[in-house]
Design a protein around this ligand. Structure first.
Ligand code: N01
Length: 543
């Protein structure tokens, strides 16, 4: 094996510094550099944060934790790793996941390949020499055959352009750029803007210490109890007794997790109302994402989804004591069209005397003044504002890098009407550029870590294939890409995801082209990827 930090002389016409440059030190980047080293390639990883972790490095807000079970939201590439690591809770906290990623980095000695506090600003393809030159804000200009983007799906935060924000006299934070030392809310009047997954996780925790918390809600969201708790050691032992088998079974399930749709089970309205209510009650008590599989058609039929939505609205009405507040918290859309949220005591929090819900559904946050937020013409005095306002998803992190392929084509220009890829892995005119969980792959619609491992394994196999056959470049064909973009669109149209505005389609970023970005069918996606490989990488051109 090569010294992975040594410049590579290679067998190419032009000299390269590394075989591959990887951008991003989250779950994707860490496994990618591990894989490259295993395959004998030299690699350099750049990360704009000061350490590893990606999403879990940045999102340190109070209450941050994963919505996927710990025993599944973790790597499976190393049996020793998955046997040794012990998760303390069913759903791991941000701090525990960050410890895990640091452990992985050190255990596999990945750190020497990494450069932190370095933002990749450009990646320019040299058609004559078939190499990428990667530029950074630290002045690096390194040349590599492959450029692999592990920049994440939710990496670029959005702080809407609120008029007056710069005049605010108190402190303000975005949940994605949380101070490492934490924030002390004691004695403070705090405003939270945003009630997506992030707001819903942070609001109950902030409410515990703030003198008063005002939640500025534009759209009410569905949330169901996570039912997090200490890891069940008996369950953990059972899983670990056959971890590989557990992983293999989950790999073929709809979201690459232990959430199984029983195809022989009834459809929603094939059973009585009493039976349905009993089922939903069980889902509520079980927690997690159980509603999505309550009945065979729960995630696909509008009427079935209305039934679930009504049940959850009624639960909100039962939990929240003040009737006006309860009504404002009951979403108008249907359960399955936005990313479902999981919580711990979210709706209960509105019964606290120190919490107020401010409905901004009509006017939004109108302005920010020196002393607080103006909504509905009323100024709310605040010491501190927390923005849980979300992300420029999927393309945000790629479009902010000046990526140029053949004929100096800029990726962001090619994607001006929406991203175009084949399988979310490769885009025509950008040879040897890979995107891990890129736009057009299932990514956020399946277990992210499983999706990442599938992509990294696929890229690794592809590199091996090229080396064996002496190919210098690989690139999606225009035809395969056009067909795939269409398939991504039609697959989404068969679901309820398009029934309301959401960030999957770019609706949360003003001016962003609308179009459903991720591919909705993980099991089918895996088969398509496998078939492409079996068919000598159909849909890809090699030179
Ligand atoms: O972001 P969001 P998020 N004025 O876009 C509101 C993942 N995640 O960070 O709905 C007022 O969902 C906006 O209102 P509206 C997960 O995939 C995972 O919460 O646009 N409000 C909305 O309420 C998740 O889906 C985990 O009307 C404004 C909120 O801000 C994704 O990240 C944990 C506004 C944004 O919600 C994103 O979640 C957390 C404005 N001008 C997140 N602009 C776990 O796995 C926006 N909003 C645990």
């Amino acid at each position: 094996m090569k010294d992975t930090n040594a410049p590579d002389s290679g067998n190419h016409s032009a000299r390269t510094d590394f075989d591959a440059v990887v951008v991003g030190a989250g779950f994707g980047g860490l496994y990618m550099v591990y894989k490259l080293r295993e395959l004998g390639y030299s690699a350099r990883l750049y990360e704009l944060g000061s350490d590893v972790g990606g999403t879990w490095y940045w999102n340190r807000y109070p209450g941050a934790r994963c919505d996927a079970p710990s025993l599944q939201y973790s790597y499976q590439f190393s049996e020793d790793l998955q046997q040794d690591w012990e998760w303390s809770e069913t759903y791991a906290s941000q701090a525990e996941i960050l410890r895990y990623l640091n452990h992985v980095t050190d255990r596999f000695e990945l750190r020497p390949m990494m450069r932190f506090d370095t933002t990749v600003t450009s990646a320019i393809y040299d058609e004559q020499h078939l190499i990428w030159t990667i530029g950074t804000d630290q002045g690096d200009r390194v040349r590599a055959r492959f450029c692999i983007m592990a920049t994440g799906c939710l990496s670029v935060r959005t702080t809407p352009n609120f008029p007056g924000l710069n005049d605010f006299g108190g402190e303000w934070y975005h949940t994605n750029a949380w101070p490492h030392e934490g924030v002390d809310f004691r004695g403070k009047i705090v405003g939270v803007v945003g009630t997506g997954s992030t707001g819903i996780q942070s609001i109950p925790v902030i409410a515990e210490t703030a003198a008063h918390l005002k939640v500025f809600q534009r759209t009410a969201q569905f949330s169901t109890p996570a039912r997090n708790g200490p890891m069940d050691k008996v369950y953990e032992a059972r899983i670990k007794a056959d971890y590989a088998g557990f992983r293999a079974r989950n790999y073929r399930q709809p979201v690459a997790m232990d959430i199984v749709i029983d195809r022989s089970a009834p459809k929603t309205f094939e059973v009585s109302e009493a039976e349905r209510m009993a089922t939903y009650e069980r889902c509520w008590e079980t927690g997690g994402l159980s509603f999505s599989t309550a009945y065979r058609d729960s995630s696909l039929s509008r009427a079935a989804n209305d039934d679930i939505s009504d049940f959850i609205r009624a639960k909100i009405g039962e939990i929240v004591v003040d009737a006006d507040t309860a009504r404002l918290l009951q979403p108008e859309h249907i359960y399955a069209c936005k990313r479902p949220c999981l919580d711990t005591n979210y709706f209960e929090t509105y019964n606290r005397p120190n919490v107020t819900l401010v409905d901004v559904s009509q006017t939004g946050v109108e302005a920010i003044t020196k002393s607080g937020i103006v909504a509905n013409g009323v100024e709310h005095e605040l010491d501190c504002i927390v923005f849980a306002t979300g992300f420029d998803a999927f393309t945000g992190s790629l479009n902010r890098i000046d990526i140029r392929g053949r004929n100096k084509l800029a990726l962001k220009d090619k994607w001006s009407a929406g991203p175009r890829t084949y399988l979310g892995l490769s885009s025509a005119a950008f040879p040897n550029l890979f995107t891990i969980t890129g736009p057009g792959s299932p990514s956020v619609l399946a277990n992210m870590v499983v999706g990442i491992e599938q992509h990294v394994n696929w890229i690794g196999e592809c590199l091996d294939y090229m080396r064996t056959r002496g190919y210098a470049t690989v690139e999606a064909t225009v035809q395969a890409e056009d067909d795939w973009v269409e398939q991504v669109r039609t697959a989404a149209d068969r679901t309820l995801f398009t029934a309301c505005d959401n960030w999957y389609m770019g609706a949360n970023v003003p001016g962003k082209p609308r179009g459903f970005v991720p591919y909705v069918d993980w099991p089918r996606y895996v088969k398509i990827c496998e078939a492409a490989v079996d068919d000598a990488y159909a849909g890809f051109d090699f030179t």
